[in-house]
Design a protein around this ligand. Structure first.
Ligand code: PGA
Length: 250
């Protein structure tokens, strides 16, 4: 079986000022133990440059939460992938359910942003997941199939790409998926990637996201196909995110 480097990624969403980010870095770095996992923090774009300095010399990498796909131009309010990279980002979230829900992003937009991220040298973390209604209707595997295909449409096989399976009903709800349900969904996502990308699918890291905390991370990481976690609420707290990062097993 392919061994894949685990990824523990923080999604800070629209939280934290510069002062709060400094306090996080001060508290977090001494708590972080050695292991081989990739540790990523995705702060608001306003904090990228500051955190780039604060995390320099550490193994913590930065991601941007959102980009626009054009390289530059008259797009008031947007930032490009290259600008995010220039501010210290190495990763880029695309397709997060909050972007889909509140900002009207569909899979075609996700694919364009994912492509733009790759072209700028960022590693995309492409988020997919079913709603509660879709799960209750027994549509989970179909939704994931269609969304993975559409979100990766036109993108050449990328071993470094990361996917996050985030069931919408589990995000910020305290209602975590069972490890068995997460494993089933993630194994399915890997099989869909294998259909379009062949053997590269064994290298793609697929994370679980949705109400991950220090108490449930261990059982998630124990599942064969779950290569890490994308963490929202718990990642705002240095001690909690350090405990999650320290829970990596390889
Ligand atoms: P949560 O968020 O950990 O607060 O559920 C996860 C996410 O939205 O990425």
């Amino acid at each position: 079986m392919e061994s894949r480097q685990q990824v523990l990624a923080a999604n800070w969403k629209m939280y934290k000022t510069k002062e709060e980010a400094r306090a996080f870095a001060r508290d977090f770095l001494p708590l972080l133990q050695e292991n081989t996992a990739e540790i990523i923090v995705c702060p608001p774009a306003t904090l990228l440059a500051e955190l780039h300095d604060l995390f320099s010399g550490s193994r913590v990498k930065l991601g941007v939460q959102n980009i626009y796909w054009e390289k530059e131009g008259a797009y008031t309010g947007e930032i490009s992938a290259a600008m995010a990279a220039d501010s210290g980002a190495a990763y880029c979230l695309t397709g997060h359910s909050e972007r889909r829900q509140y900002f009207g992003e569909n899979a075609a937009i996700v694919a364009r942003k994912t492509q733009a991220a790759l072209e700028a040298g960022l590693t995309p973390i492409v988020c997919v997941g079913e709603t509660l209604q879709q799960r209750q209707n027994g549509q989970t595997l179909m939704v994931l199939h269609d969304d993975v295909r559409a979100s990766l449409a036109g993108i050449t096989p990328q071993p470094r790409l990361i996917i996050a399976y985030e069931p919408v009903w589990a995000i910020g709800s305290g209602q975590v998926a069972t490890p068995a349900d997460a494993e089933e969904a993630i194994a399915h996502i890997r099989s869909v990637v294998a259909k379009i990308w062949g053997a590269v699918a064994q290298k793609v890291r697929i994370l679980y996201g949705g109400s991950v905390n220090p108490d449930n991370i261990g059982e998630m990481l124990a599942a064969a196909n779950i290569d890490g976690a994308l963490v929202g609420g718990a990642s705002l707290h240095a001690a909690a995110f350090a405990a999650i990062a320290n829970g990596a097993t390889g």
